[in-house]
Design a binder for this molecule. Structure first.
Ligand SMILES: [Zn+2]
Ligand SMILES: [Zn+2]
Length: 358
C-alpha cells in the first residue's frame, strides 16, 4: 500500500513538473567526425509573403517535427497579402523569435530575394536587417546581403525549365563571392543542376521544404518527411551553424535519399551501420546481422562476389543476410554500393561490410 502511494505521488509530481510542450518527434542521423548533426530547414514562408501561416506556427511545426534550426524566408519582392498584412521585412522573425528561443530552436533571420529567371530566387540567412535587400537592382540586393555577412544560396535552380542554366549574372555573383550555397532539393523537387554545380563550384548543398501551406506531417518516416539539410556543427550555437554552412558541412535528406559530399556520406554510413552479430548454422552457412541507426532505408546493391544481390537496411532497424562461404574462410568482406546515398548525380556511395567468423 505504502509503495503504491509513493508511486502515485511521484506520478503526480511528474505531471506537475512536465511542461505542456508539444510532443517532439526525433529525426535520427548520428553525429559524425566529431561534429553534432543538426536537422535544419532554411526556406519557408508565412502570411508576410505568399505563405498561409502565422510566423509562430512555423516554430511549432519545426519543434513538433524534431528540427534544430529553421529560417523563415519570406519574399522581399512578392507580397500577395499586402492589403491585409503590410510589407514589413524581418517582422516574421521578430514575431516568432520568443517562441523559437523558448524551444531552443536556432532561428537566424532570413529573406528571399525573388527575381525572375535569370537570375531567379536566392535566400539570405543570418541577416542583420532584411530591409536593405529591398533594392531596385538584383546585384545591389545580393551585395547588401553579403555586406551583412549573411549566408546566401540559390533556391530551386531548375525551377523554370525554359530558363534552366548558369547565366552571366550567375558568373558575376559567383566571382564576387556573393553566393555560398545552392539548393539540391526543395520540397518534393530535386534539382540536378543544383547537385552538379554544388559539387563543381564548391557550393554548400542544401535541401529545404520551401513550404507555403501548413506542414501537415504528423509522423516523420523515411518516405514521408520534410526535405531538410543536415548540418555538421561544432556546437549548437548560431555562430557554429553559420560556420558549418560556410564550410559546406551538410547533407540533404530528400525522400529516401541522402545527398552530400563523399566524406560526409561515408562518415554517416560508418556511424550508422554496424555488423552486430555473426553466426554459423550448419556447414559454410553464415548469417550476418546488420543494424542501421539512421532514418534512411539504405538500399545496397552488390558490387563484389559475396552476399545477396540486393539488401535493404531498414531505418533504425536490422537486417539479417545469409551467406554461403568457402570452407576455412574466417574474414568476410562484402562490397556494395549504397544506391540512395548519392555522392554525385545518380552515383551511390561504395561501401564495405566486414566481419570475422569466430
Ligand atoms: Zn513563395
Ligand atoms: Zn523561391
Amino acid at each position: 500500500m505504502r509503495k503504491f502511494k509513493v508511486t502515485l505521488l511521484i506520478a503526480i509530481a511528474c505531471l506537475l513538473i512536465t511542461p505542456l510542450a508539444v510532443h517532439a518527434a526525433k529525426i535520427n542521423f548520428p553525429d559524425i567526425m566529431g561534429y553534432k548533426t543538426l536537422k535544419c530547414d532554411f526556406h519557408m514562408h508565412t502570411v508576410f509573403s505568399d505563405g498561409q501561416v502565422w510566423p509562430t506556427t512555423r516554430v511549432t511545426e519545426a519543434v513538433r517535427q524534431g528540427l534544430d534550426a529553421i529560417a523563415i524566408t519570406d519574399h522581399i519582392e512578392y507580397q500577395p497579402h499586402k492589403d491585409d498584412i503590410p510589407t514589413n521585412h524581418g517582422r516574421p522573425n521578430e514575431i516568432a523569435r520568443g517562441a523559437a528561443q523558448k524551444s531552443k530552436l536556432l532561428f537566424p533571420l532570413g529573406a528571399e530575394i525573388t527575381r525572375s529567371t535569370p537570375p531567379g530566387h536566392f535566400n539570405a540567412i543570418f541577416l542583420r536587417d532584411a530591409r536593405y535587400l529591398d533594392t531596385k537592382e538584383f546585384l545591389d540586393a545580393m551585395k547588401a546581403a553579403n555586406d551583412q555577412d549573411a549566408f546566401v544560396f540559390w533556391n530551386h535552380p531548375d525551377w523554370k525549365p525554359e530558363h534552366k542554366g548558369w547565366f552571366d549574372v550567375h558568373d558575376t555573383i559567383y566571382e564576387n563571392g556573393w553566393i555560398q550555397g545552392i539548393e539540391v532539393a526543395n520540397g518534393g523537387g530535386y534539382h540536378l543542376n543544383g547537385h552538379k554545380w554544388g559539387l563543381e563550384k564548391n557550393l554548400t548543398m542544401l535541401g529545404n521544404s520551401d513550404i507555403h501551406a501548413p506542414s501537415l506531417i504528423v509522423e516523420t518516416t523515411p518516405e514521408n518527411h520534410r526535405t531538410i539539410t543536415l548540418v555538421f556543427v561544432k556546437d549548437r550555437t548560431p555562430e557554429a551553424l553559420k560556420e558549418a554552412l560556410f564550410k559546406g558541412r551538410t547533407a540533404v535528406w530528400f525522400k529516401n535519399q541522402l545527398i552530400a559530399r563523399e566524406d560526409y556520406l561515408r562518415a554517416m554510413f560508418v556511424a550508422s551501420v554496424k555488423v552486430i552479430d555473426v553466426y554459423e548454422r550448419g556447414e559454410r552457412k553464415v548469417f550476418l546481422e546488420i543494424a542501421n541507426k539512421c532514418d534512411l532505408n539504405i538500399e545496397l546493391k552488390r558490387t563484389g562476389m559475396v552476399g545477396p544481390e540486393e539488401v535493404i537496411l531498414p531505418a533504425m532497424g536490422t537486417a539479417t543476410i545469409k551467406l554461403r562461404v568457402q570452407k576455412d574462410v574466417k574474414d568476410l568482406e562484402l562490397a556494395y554500393v549504397a544506391e540512395n546515398m548519392l555522392v554525385a548525380p545518380a552515383k551511390g556511395l561504395a561501401v564495405k561490410l566486414t566481419a570475422s567468423i569466430e
